[in-house]
Every structure is written in C-alpha cells, then in structure tokens.
Design a protein around this ligand. Sequence first.
Ligand SMILES: Nc1ncnc2c1ncn2[C@@H]1O[C@H](COP(=O)(O)OP(=O)(O)O)[C@@H](O)[C@H]1O
Ligand SMILES: [Mg+2]
Length: 175
Amino acid sequence: MEPGHALPSPDTFPAGVRTVGPAATFALGERAAALLRGGEVLLLHGGLGAGKTCFVQGLCHGLGVTAEVVSPTFTLVNTYEGRLRVHHLDFYRIGSAADLPDIGVPDLLDDVEDGAAIVVAEWPGPLVSALGALPCLEFLATTGADPDSRCWRLRGRPEPAAAWRALFDGGEGAC
Ligand SMILES: Nc1ncnc2c1ncn2[C@@H]1O[C@H](COP(=O)(O)OP(=O)(O)O)[C@@H](O)[C@H]1O
Ligand SMILES: [Mg+2]
C-alpha cells in the first residue's frame, strides 16, 4: 500500500455486516442506493481487492445506471447518470490534496451540494481535507480469513440515519 493510503482502524467504526462473495457486496450497494437522496459524499476505505468497486457497481445498479461501471483508477473520475448523478472517484494514484483542483473535485462537490448528485470515492484520503464541514458517510471494507468474506462497516458525520445503521448492522453475525 502506498504512503498516504493508511486505512482507518476498524475499532473506530461500529460492528459491521459480512458479505460472502461479490454478489453479496453488490447487493449491499444496491440496498444502500435506495437510501440515497442526492447530496451525499461516500468515502470507501479498504485495501486493494476489498470490494469497493464491486459495492459501487451495486450502488449504481440500484440508482438505475445502465452504463458499465468500471474502476476509475486511471481515469480518476467516472460520472454516471441514474436516478442521481454519480461521480465515482479513485484517489489511489493521487499523491495529495493539492491535485484535487486539477481533477475538478471542487466542481464535483458543488454539484453534490446542489443535491442531484453524489460523490463516491475509493482511497478517499486526499478528499477528506477538501470536504471541510460537508457531511459524509464513511465505509470500511476489510478482508477476513475466508477469501470470499468481507466485513463492511459504516460511520458518518453526522451520525448516519437509522436506516443506514440498520443496513450495516450484521446482527448476530456481526463482524
Ligand atoms: N465478499 C466479496 N465482496 C466483494 N468482492 C469480493 C468478495 N469476495 C471476493 N471478492 C472479489 O474481490 C475482488 C474485489 O474487487 P474490487 O471490487 O475491484 O475491489 P477494490 O475496488 O476494493 O480494489 C473481486 O475480484 C471480487 O470477485
Ligand atoms: Mg476499486
């Protein structure tokens, strides 16, 4: 993992929900889409292969995006039109927040604040400082002993609404 891509500790999140296999992560993304109203910033933390892009694919499907959703690792930003406009970002190759204006991040955040768009960012470290006081939902995906198992945790600023907390509450199988 490159410097600057430190992951938050799982201890700083409530217990999460387990997904077994990519279809389950996709389905979690679809259910998350149903809770989106527009104007949200979603920060997706997790190592390579944790399933961040898979989650975004489900999210976009749930928002009615028909275009193919592919990783923006090289393009940095992919924008999709669905029930809401989705700006999908990946900062893995971005060294610092100084680069954000070059990739149009202030304009994307303005679009989000207008309410008909969302930003969903993988490797979101450089974005955090640019958010200022803007609300955000933070997700952390971690791998476990089972190669197909992931644990998805959620926290937010302010505290996520009850429907969000319920979606990421693994109940008895919590991880
Ligand atoms: N429970 C799971 N959730 C998501 N992906 C999984 C899961 N189990 C196995 N995988 C595999 O892990 C990989 C996740 O890839 P991807 O979504 O691109 O991760 P990231 O964007 O976090 O780097 C895929 O190859 C997928 O098939
Ligand atoms: Mg990815």
